[in-house]
Design a protein around this ligand. Structure first.
Ligand code: COA
Length: 146
């Protein structure tokens, strides 16, 4: 059974050494740690039998909520964990009473784009050459009060 909980420093300690290899090569442990220490950020973990198998986070700004990352452990993908994490952070975002939730995703990341579209996100813009000066970022938004 998968449980979703608020991310604690113990969860960070559990995954920091395998973060880039088994979760997401683009995020260093330092980035995740500073996100956890940011009072405007909120992170959740997905746990299976007590082991961290995914995490996701939001950054709450005065006007909006941004998804900073959502990632499932490589060995546990395609089992519904991404769905659960995204559903949870959308609910957290709604509680902030902001009008929308937004994110940036690499235009080549078809899997994540499919996931976001499934939850009602729409493309609203592009940031050219955002990733490594090569790939464009797609900006996607889901409005809450329309
Ligand atoms: C994106 C990611 C979080 C999805 O996690 P997951 O636990 O495998 O996702 P789920 O099993 O819950 O699937 C959720 C949806 O994602 C999409 N999806 C997942 N795997 C897919 C695949 N191999 N091909 C196409 N779509 C896929 C589908 O829309 C799926 O919905 P469905 O189950 O109704 O088909 C995961 O692939 C990941 O960690 N990627 C690396 C990090 C990343 O790119 N994060 C996004 C940063 S912006």
């Amino acid at each position: 059974m998968i449980e979703i909980k608020n991310m604690k420093i113990e969860d960070y300690e559990e995954i920091k050494d395998i973060l880039q290899d088994q979760f997401d090569e683009f995020w260093t442990p330092g980035i995740l740690k500073s996100e956890l220490e940011n009072k405007n950020s909120k992170y959740v973990v997905a746990k299976e039998n007590g082991e961290v198998v995914g995490f996701a986070g939001i950054l709450i700004t005065p006007d909006s909520v941004e998804i900073t990352n959502i990632v499932t452990k490589k060995s546990n993908r395609k089992k519904g964990i991404g769905n659960l994490l995204l559903d949870t952070i959308i609910k957290m975002a709604k509680e902030t009473k902001r009008s929308n939730i937004s994110l940036e995703v690499n235009e080549k990341n078809d899997i994540a784009i499919k996931l976001y579209k499934k939850f009602g996100f729409e493309q609203v813009g592009i940031r050219k050459n955002y990733y490594n000066g090569i790939n464009n970022a797609i900006i996607m938004t889901k409005n809450f009060y329309l």
